[in-house]
Design a protein around this ligand. Structure first.
Ligand SMILES: *[C@@H]1O[C@H](CO)[C@@H](O)[C@H](O)[C@H]1NC(C)=O
Ligand SMILES: *[C@@H]1O[C@H](CO)[C@@H](O)[C@H](O)[C@H]1NC(C)=O
Ligand SMILES: *[C@@H]1O[C@H](CO)[C@@H](O)[C@H](O)[C@H]1NC(C)=O
Ligand SMILES: *[C@@H]1O[C@H](CO)[C@@H](O)[C@H](O)[C@H]1NC(C)=O
Length: 528
């Protein structure tokens, strides 16, 4: 294995030498291959770092927290909702912990007397569920027997995510969010009694808070979601916003990177500049419309519907940026071209290998990636840019002589997913009230004091189709109505004929409401 790698490296170096001598004249930056490509070991746990230094691990440390308080004292951190009065968002600042690899979670107190649980924040699903029995990968669980306020609804539920699934029963109980509200809320809660690949080793959470729309809720969309209950009972605006603060930081065993889930509005101290909004195209996942991708400033030039196959969503519960296969291939080609690392091992791009450099960060070799979104004002667009610090992810503890990195983008057949690695660059506003998602520069998206994300706009959309969503309604609705009507007529005639021929035919409906295809690809550090 080792010798193979070495020969490959030698070969690469030869190639590289030839190549660099040719290219030196026009290539301004020196270029280094990764010194080492290491296979990813997976003996139960992924390689994990020694504890980080405090300054690395706590981007919102003492100092900035104090700064935030100061801002608050001047009244800037109180967001005003004119219709419902003042909501104090200060307690919610820094109420999350975690990292992009294993998710960001929020502390909740459930039941009477309260039992403390850590709940993963997932905008790609819609059930609130907690471990109801001990599990080897969770430190605690919610014991319904010990809660005097728990009421079962005698409703079984099974939820499948892109990765992992669980089975449980639905009930209701009271919940408090200590870093959020003083009051208690009555919510639906699924008690998980059986699960597969859902709770993972090293995850610190023992429940999940699905923040997407009721349409995705199981067993049916009539089950009121946690956030809908919260909006009603806490009388907050129908809006929440998320800041995740793990940018550029190696994922850490202790999961101490911070973040904030602001329920009921937007907290000014968590972002800089202006918030750019794009429309939510359909209220199930947070589905948005992507118009264009640029790698290192170069347009990929794909048909814009390719970016939205079969949907483009914003999901805090997915670790990486997922791209449809065709887009993924184009991106890899563009990155390897722009990065001058065309000889990169295939395994790095597919996520099966890490690339390691010694005492050097490789970020300067990789291009920026820009994602263009249609502005809510549809004649314009804006663009969110992530720097390599957000998608070339440091992984500690592989080898003390090398700094190793994994690629933060992967291929996905059913969606483009703006996952946690991208979200870490932005303060993301889920404005359900106005059916739009906002992006602003996150105050914590910095590595060594340098911003790792950018937002710019407005841009013209003249060169872009009026809709990039595949299968969106045709422009001739009347023709469609006519054709549907004709089809239904045919169907009815056909059914009548059939029923005349087989008077005792029994129609069996095998629709299983529990079979779900909830695509929230729950947070994992699984190397495949
Ligand atoms: C935060 O500040 C307090 C008081 O200034 C100090 O005692 C504490 O050690 C600080 N904590 C960290 C993590 O720096
Ligand atoms: C809860 O109430 C106490 C006392 O009134 C107050 O100091 C605290 O900030 C409140 N917490 C939240 C989350 O509103
Ligand atoms: C990437 O984007 C940042 C922020 O807009 C910019 O400062 C930087 O020059 C860009 N890098 C490249 C290689 O274009
Ligand atoms: C669109 O932009 C125009 C001009 O900037 C503004 O007046 C208008 O309110 C915007 N419309 C929406 C729906 O935001």
């Amino acid at each position: 294995m080792c010798t193979l790698v070495e020969t490959q490296l030698l070969l690469l170096l030869q190639l590289l030498f030839r190549w660099t001598t040719q290219a030196l004249a026009q290539a301004p930056t020196p270029f280094t291959l990764p010194l080492k490509i290491s296979p990813i070991k997976l003996n139960g746990a992924s390689p994990r770092p020694p504890p980080l230094t405090a300054s690395l691990a706590a981007p919102l440390g003492n100092e900035s927290r104090e700064r935030l308080r100061d801002v608050a004292a001047e009244g800037l951190a109180l967001a005003l909702d004119p219709t419902r009065g003042l909501v104090n968002f200060l307690p919610m600042i820094d109420n999350l912990q975690g990292d992009s690899g294993r998710g960001y979670y929020l502390e909740m107190l459930i039941g009477t007397p309260p039992q403390k649980l850590q709940i993963l924040v997932d905008t790609g699903s819609s059930n609130f569920a907690v471990a109801g029995v001990p599990h080897s990968h969770t430190s605690s669980y919610f014991d319904t027997e010990k809660s005097s306020t728990y009421r079962s609804k005698n409703l079984n539920v099974n939820v499948k995510y892109t990765q992992g699934s669980w089975t449980g029963s639905v009930g209701e109980d009271v919940v408090t969010i200590p870093k959020g509200f003083n009051s208690t809320f009555l919510v639906n809660i699924a008690i998980i009694f059986e699960s597969e690949d859902f709770f993972l080793p090293e995850t610190k959470w023992n429940g999940i808070l699905g923040l997407a729309y009721a349409m995705l809720a199981k067993p049916s969309s009539s089950l009121e979601t946690f956030f809908d209950s919260l909006v009603k009972q806490a009388k907050i605006s129908n809006i929440f916003s998320i800041q995740m603060c793990g940018a550029g930081l190696p994922t850490d065993r202790t999961g101490t990177n911070g973040g904030s889930l602001v329920m009921g509005g937007v907290e000014p101290s968590l972002y800089e500049g202006e918030i750019w909004y794009t429309t939510i195209k359909k209220e199930w996942y947070y589905q948005i419309e992507i118009l264009k991708l640029e790698i290192g400033g170069q347009n990929l030039n794909l048909d814009c519907s390719e970016y939205n196959i079969d949907k483009a969503i914003v999901d805090s519960g997915t670790t990486l940026l997922h791209l449809p296969p065709k887009v993924f291939d184009a991106v890899i080609e563009a990155i390897s071209h722009t990065s001058l690392i065309s000889e990169f091992s295939e395994g790095f791009w597919t996520g099966s290998q890490l690339a390691c450099w010694n005492y050097e960060t490789p970020w300067s070799y990789f291009p920026n990636i820009s994602i263009y979104l249609r502005d809510e004002n549809s004649s314009k667009s804006f663009c969110i840019t992530i720097l390599p610090q957000l998608y070339i992810l440091p992984i500690l503890g592989i080898d003390s002589n090398y700094e190793c990195y994994r690629f933060g983008i992967s291929s996905s057949t059913d969606a483009l997913v703006i996952g946690a690695t991208v979200m870490e660059g932005f303060y993301v506003v889920f404005d359900r009230a106005q059916k739009r998602i906002g992006f602003a520069l996150s105050s914590c998206a910095e590595v060594d004091g340098v911003p790792v994300s950018a937002i710019s706009g407005p841009f013209s959309t003249d060169d872009i189709a009026s809709s990039c969503i595949p299968g969106s309604p045709s422009k001739e609705p009347i023709l469609w109505i006519v054709s549907y009507a004709l089809m239904s007529l045919c169907g009815i005639v056909f059914l009548i004929l059939i029923s005349l021929m087989f008077p005792f035919c029994c129609v069996h409906c095998s629709h299983d409401p529990n079979l779900v295809n909830d695509e929230s690809c729950l947070v994992q550090h699984h190397w495949k």
